[in-house]
Design a binder for this molecule. Structure first.
Ligand code: WT7
Length: 657
């Protein structure tokens, strides 16, 4: 989610306030058997392209590439003239290698139903679905919109598209009819794949009516393919085809044909907090190379013994790369869970880990902070001794949340990998390696081998250790976005114009005294206080390090004296009392932790924070509250009642409107 307009011009450096001395060395046994060792950094530094070519060799190519990289900035082609089939790499080759009986997915429905899908099952299902798509007139290069709950037919649909060379565009099942329609129109999609609904929070939640509303007004759509999941009543239109009618009767044989390494694989829309959604375009060869290699390296995935679970929705890039493509290319066994973490009880995640003996867990800071808020006693009831690696993605992870995750979920045994990347980067870019890195809580540490990232100042000069500024990527990488669908100019303007020759993701970052990287959130969120650029992330982390605080969001509000003043919105932990002095106590705590310059002007205790559907805090709306403005566009808010709850709680900063 890079910004529409690059960061504030006044920003030269970002103050480096937070000090963190804790270190977690890799466990000795993990380090001794790690998939990737420290040598990988040297190998990649010596010859980056040869390093990525070796990573590409982990895949099965029908025709080897001629050239690793063709770079006409900012347009890249990777593995030029190579040919491969992504679905073959994710499914068939494992069956051919004798692993047909190996489980690809343990699927757990929210009501407690479950399905076990082996690689041989997956091969049959994907083949049938590919045959059905062909019968529905979908061919290579056509766009297919996918709007589904987290059921097995969802990864099957992605793989069926990949198999025939159709381009999928998954739209998260929580989006509105308007959002779905605009994405269908932008991609000019021919088919929508959906379901009657899915189970969420203990009840069926309908999807089909939203599709009907969107499609009524989408001339490009020829058919709507509908999976029956909940058994809810659905209105039928003349475009509808039931999955069980058309897919089930197809042949379970389908011969995959190889596609060009640069043929499109998928479009995924990212909206950021404002503006028209951008259709991020990914292609096949480079994308699969990097998603598979990073999954192997960052999670130390051992396909023979690991049970891997990424809790993201496949509607986000995390699910594309680390539920579907990366894990399957590596022949992993994964868990997929349909529902929410609090159904039917707040220990559901830990119960799933116990049931399947999950060894690797990949989740988001927003979830971790919610679990902290619910209390330590909940995970303590479950046996999670199988876990050996934990991952985090989506936002900066506050050091306190990191340590809680490691202790209460990982039994103080497991490394935590804080993985930085974006929809646009396609795969992980900056992360510790669990068998190599002595990790610092809250730091993504170093660019992975083969990735050349840096922190620069306003003039594109690399900042020294101890300094802060803008994160940039200096060299192209295999899974980079190729463009914005249908809009090369916007691709250039958004990502490649702020710093000549560098990719600008829109994030602020700092290098600590050792040169390790700390991601500090979107540059649009950086505050300017009495001439200092202060990141919201650091102040939030300082607040969360107070034992009474579960979650915090910080914004800069216009101030006549200091340009901006720090206003903090705080959710207290379950047990903490909302006493008179809590605001003073927290302000003093921040002042002591980061220095007086970072002391919030105001602390507001709130019951909830406004978040996007992917769990990111919408600071823009909190700025509206802090500056006593009427609240702006709330259409991307996950729960629209939250702003009302917040405004009601605010004696001093409440909005009149
Ligand atoms: C933005 C990308 C990556 C898949 C999920 C989100 C923020 C992501 C981290 C992290 C600090 C992070 C950045 C980035 N972000 N991971 N480990 N530490 N910030 O994909 O929706 O495209 O969002 O999420 O701001 O630019 P996305």
């Amino acid at each position: 989610m890079a910004p529409e307009t690059p960061g504030r011009e006044t920003q030269e450096t970002l103050s480096n306030l937070l000090r963190e001395d804790r270190r977690f060395e890799p466990p000795a046994d993990l380090a001794a058997a790690a998939n990737v060792t420290a040598e990988a950094y040297e190998e990649a530094a010596q010859d980056r392209l040869a390093f990525w070519e070796r990573a590409a060799e982990r895949l099965t190519w029908e025709q080897r590439w001629e050239t690793a990289l063709d770079w006409k900035p900012p347009f890249a082609k990777w593995f030029v003239d190579g040919k491969l089939n992504v679905a073959y790499n994710c499914v068939d080759r494992h069956v051919e290698a004798g692993h047909g009986d190996k489980v690809a997915y343990f699927w757990e429905g929210e009501p407690g139903d479950s399905r076990t899908i082996t690689y041989a099952d997956l091969q049959k299902e994907v083949s049938k679905a590919a045959n059905a798509l062909t019968e529905l007139g979908v061919g290579k290069g056509d766009r297919v919109a996918i709007y589904m709950p987290m059921i097995p037919e969802l990864p099957v649909s992605l793989l069926a598209c990949a198999r025939i060379g159709a381009i999928h565009s998954v739209v998260f099942g929580g989006f509105s009819a308007t959002a779905l329609k605009s994405r269908i129109d932008d991609a000019d999609a021919k088919l929508v794949i959906t379901a009657d609904g899915g189970f969420r929070r203990g009840a069926p939640s309908a999807l089909k009516p939203t599709v009907d509303e969107a499609v009524a007004d989408c001339p490009s759509i020829e058919h709507v393919l509908v999976v029956r999941r909940t058994g809810q009543e659905v209105a039928q239109t003349d475009k509808d085809v039931w999955w069980h009618d058309i897919v089930e009767r197809q042949s379970a044989e389908h011969t995959p044909v190889a596609h060009d390494a640069e043929d499109p694989l998928f479009i995924l829309y990212t909206s950021g907090t404002t503006g028209k959604p951008k259709g991020i375009l990914h292609t096949t060869g480079g994308y699969l190379t990097q998603s598979a290699w990073t999954h192997h390296a960052v999670f130390d995935l051992k396909p023979e013994s690991d049970i891997y679970w990424c809790t993201a929705d496949i509607g986000w890039v995390t699910g594309h790369s680390y539920i579907v493509y990366g894990p399957l290319a590596n022949g992993a066994t994964s868990v997929i869970y349909e529902g929410t973490p609090d159904t039917p009880h707040r220990g559901r995640f830990w119960e799933i880990i116990q049931k399947y003996r999950v060894t690797i867990l990949y989740t988001a800071p927003t979830a971790i902070r919610t679990f902290m808020k619910w209390g330590d006693d909940i995970p303590a009831k479950f046996d999670m001794s199988s876990l050996r690696v934990l991952g985090s993605v989506g936002e900066p992870i506050n050091p306190e949340a990191y340590v809680w995750y490691r202790e209460h979920i990982g039994g103080d045994r497991t490394p935590v990998v804080d993985t930085w990347w974006q929809t646009e980067t396609g795969a992980i870019m900056i992360s510790p390696l669990p068998g190599v890195t002595a990790a610092k809580p809250g730091a993504a540490m170093k660019p992975l081998p083969g990735i050349v990232a840096d922190v620069v100042d306003d003039q594109a000069q690399s900042v020294p250790n101890g300094g802060g500024g803008f994160l940039v990527v200096r060299e192209p990488w295999p899974s980079m976005l190729r463009t914005i669908w249908g809009d090369d100019q916007r691709y250039i303007d958004t990502y490649w114009s702020r710093f000549e020759g560098f990719y600008f993701p829109g994030d602020g970052a700092k290098k600590d005294e050792d040169g390790d990287l700390w991601l500090l959130g979107r540059v649009d969120d950086v505050m300017l206080v009495s001439g200092h650029n202060i990141s919201t992330t650091e102040v939030e982390s300082a607040l969360v390090s107070h034992p009474k605080v579960a979650e915090a969001a910080v914004v800069g509000a216009t101030d006549p004296v200091t340009t901006q003043a720090i206003v903090s919105f705080v959710i207290l932990r379950g047990a903490a009392e909302e006493g008179e002095d809590i605001a003073k106590e927290l302000r003093d705590h921040v002042s002591k932790t980061l220095g007086p310059i970072a002391k919030p002007r105001q602390i507001l205790i709130v019951p909830e924070l406004p978040k996007t559907r992917s769990g990111k805090i919408m600071r823009r709306l909190l700025r509206d509250v802090a500056e006593n403005r009427s609240i702006g566009d709330v259409t991307t808010l996950a729960d629209s009642s939250v702003m009302k709850l917040i405004s009601e709680k605010l004696p001093s900063a409440a909005s009149e409107d």
